[in-house]
Design a protein around this ligand. Sequence first.
Ligand code: GLV
Length: 306
Amino acid sequence: MAILLNNNGGDNQPWADALASHLPAMKVHIYPDINDVAAIEYAVVWHHPLGDLNNYPNLKAILVLGAGMDHIDQEQSLPDVPIVRLVDPTVGDEMSQYVLYWVMHFQRGYERYRTQQSEQHWQRHMAPFSRDYRVSVLGAGLIGRFVSERLVANGFRVQSWSRSQKEIAKVESFSGEQGMQDMLCATDVLVNCLPLNNATKHLLNNSTLSMLPEGANLISLSRGAIIDDQALINLLDSGHIANAALDTFSLEPLAKESSYWGRDNVFITPHMSGGTYPQYASEVIADNIKRVERGEQPYPIYTPSA
Ligand code: GLV
């Protein structure tokens, strides 16, 4: 019994050690060092070379080392085995804290006090009450839900949009095109937690972002290509959008030439909103492998878009 491991672009050894500690009966092979493709029963991968997953005749499951499935969506064909997303509560916790941090930053206008400090200027400003501050979360999947629940727990007025209607306690839910319009035009901070697919690419464009009230803020942490960058830059220039906190970009690392870098009203972080730590996440992955070994369903299973 063996695992194929490929944390492409990251360090593999901590994953290999952590997986081996939870699954001592399994041998972990780090890609491309595989001497017997028939021995591989589980593929634990991130941005694995497209097509390669068809090379393992005895594969029982593919376990992705992250929540985003846009790379998997690019596969032309995949073996008929469960594909399992990584839903690590540690990642959900961190991502929702990232959002909470920026929501509070914008709500209280902390940037203003930084400027005042540089001018030795003492002046208090009123901030909207949290219960009146409308935070609209795009996406009610695993991450969107974590984010909405944390904002609710911190007293914000939370709205959530998803393609089909989803209920989250104490959150006003919207769906469909009309629902998106209704929600956007009543928003102080828009939070992008949507997955990237054909329906969401450039969904945040001039037309949708212009529906936000003047002075709204944007936080984006799922995938950069959901935003039409030029449209956002124009709206930041005109002041229609006051600030944007951006963690993900259509091209990463963000190009040196990107005009996001030089802006005071853009807060750039390098795709760090939620870290995936081998010591925690490997437990979730090992648990799913154990489920398959017992003949149970792993969780959550992903169905690639057609
Ligand atoms: C990271 O971006 C992930 O999708 O897990």
